[in-house]
Ligand binder design. Structure first.
Ligand SMILES: Cc1ncc(COP(=O)(O)O)c(C=O)c1O
Length: 468
């Protein structure tokens, strides 16, 4: 359906609404997030503003958990991949829901602990881990997903010094060649995806995994716990996840035969696409609900494990985007509206930039852009919505919008994932605030940055000190 087939931002929204969105339009034609009007939120917290919906977060978590627990006969651990949005309040909500955690750094471990996650349900990932992070994981009883043979000795050394056991899993490099031979990603623009996967730094193949398991007998503090893999948001096709899960199950079953080790858990990583899907190069609709991914993966993995004679392990997952993506809306105010009648273009300048939604520049994400207070107004000539930085900073090209003027509000959907997490300060622009909404309540969960936050870490040597 062509964007110009719609007559207002409201009909666009209605068309693209997905099940866990708590978005509506009030009688004045203003977008409401979890029942609160965009304008009232900006009045309270300023512009630009990230708004996170607590109900959407909880609904997303519950839906993905239900999808997998109803299809996998063993326990399922849904670990929030905090890289997608590291706000501690968000982590706390997911902690209340019982989510485990996937962490990559001391910072992510810190936020995950602060948010109250159960350490028994947390993994620490990374292609190389410092002694500091290994010690932190061991101290709290967190599972370490080992990425290489080389890591085995380092983890044993730290655990021995602390005289504590540690659960470890091996990240497997899963390369279902049959599936990937003809594969093009709808997300990563790589001409040879299979080659790039082979070349990627992540994980070990079967022979190295077998050597690691053999070596564990000389590493008394390491308790082999399971296996991990993550291909990520390479495709929205459930068949890709089934191919990866099946290949992982086949590798694990082989290792079970050769070493006798039956894993407690298998961790399938993240990458689960949402139904409104800004990362798929302009095709905003992903027709596959999460239940289809769960069906494809659980059926294939159970089949391969059974065929390989390996007992079914627990299923652990690391969704990031699925949990936080549509929980976030970015609100930004219109500045100058510039029109060049000769060229036939209109540019709507806003008080933010793609510094705040960097996936636009990094991966070509195409977001849904709405006139937050003129949701019922007729759409006029399409316009480009552009940010303040010295790069093009195009939030949306040819966006169907009504006539807008300075001070109007724009809403950009699906801003909960990899936006604040990757946001930066290019052109010395402070980062926006974030508010959490829940029914009639709202809270500031990240304050707006100031110029002091932009420049406060810089140290000017005494010799440059300015007089007075
Ligand atoms: C190991 C690992 N797990 C989970 C995730 C989360 O992925 P997503 O947000 O696509 O679910 C990532 C993302 O890069 C990752 O690298």
């Amino acid at each position: 359906m062509n964007a110009m087939d719609f007559d207002s931002s409201q009909t666009l929204l209605d068309h693209w609404l997905t099940p866990q969105d708590h978005l509506s339009v009030d009688e004045t034609g203003t977008l409401c997030i979890d029942g609160q009007s965009a304008r009232s939120l900006v009045k309270k917290y300023g512009s630009p503003l990230f708004v996170m919906s607590e109900r959407t977060l909880r609904d997303n978590y519950r839906r993905i958990r239900a999808a997998f627990t109803s299809r996998w006969p063993r326990p399922v651990n849904i670990m929030y991949a905090i890289k997608a949005n590291p706000n501690i309040a968000i982590r706390a909500i997911l902690g209340e829901e019982g989510a485990g955690g996937d962490c990559f750094s001391m910072g992510e471990l810190h936020a995950t602990f602060e948010g109250g996650a159960d350490p028994a349900k947390i993994v620490v990932n990374g292609s190389w881990k410092s002694d500091e992070i290994i010690a932190k994981a061991i101290e709290h009883g967190v599972c370490i997903n080992m990425d290489s043979e080389e890591e085995v000795d380092a983890i044993e050394r730290v655990a021995a010094a602390m005289d504590k056991p540690v659960r470890v899993a091996i990240r497997i490099k899963v390369l279902p060649e049959d599936y990937f031979a003809e594969f093009t990603s709808d997300c990563f623009k790589r001409p040879d995806f299979f080659g790039a996967m082979r070349r990627s730094k992540w994980g070990e193949t079967l022979p190295a995994a077998e050597r690691i398991i053999a070596r564990l007998k000389d590493h008394p503090h390491l308790r082999m716990f399971g296996y991990h893999t993550h291909v990520g948001r390479a495709s929205k096709d459930p068949a890709m996840f089934a191919a990866v899960g099946g290949e992982l199950a086949a590798t694990i079953s082989q290792l079970h035969k050769r070493t006798g080790f039956a894993p407690v858990m298998v961790d399938l990583g993240g990458g689960w696409a949402r139904e409104r899907d800004p990362e798929a190069s302009g095709e905003l609709r992903n027709p596959n609900p999460i239940e289809d991914y769960a069906d494809a993966v659980c059926t294939e993995m159970a089949r391969v494990f059974e065929e390989g004679g390996c007992p079914l392990p627990e299923l652990w997952l690391e969704p990031g985007r699925y949990i936080v993506g549509n929980a976030g809306v970015f609100l930004t105010s219109v500045g100058v509206v510039k029109t060049d009648a000769d060229l036939g273009f209109t540019w709507i300048n806003v008080d933010s930039s793609t510094n705040n939604l960097p996936q636009v520049d990094l991966f070509g994400y195409t977001y849904m852009v709405l006139a937050a207070e003129k949701m019922k107004r007729p759409l006029s000539h399409p316009a480009d919505v552009v940010g303040q930085t010295c790069v093009p900073s195009i939030f949306g090209k040819d966006v169907p919008l009504p006539e807008l003027e300075e001070g109007d509000l724009i809403a950009i959907l699906d801003a909960g994932m990899y936006a604040e997490a990757k946001g930066h300060q290019f052109n010395s622009l402070p980062r926006p605030a974030t508010a959490l909404v829940s029914g009639e309540f709202s809270w500031l969960i990240r304050r707006r940055e100031t110029l002091q936050d932009v420049f406060g870490t810089m140290v000017v040597p005494e010799r440059f000190a300015r007089n007075g």
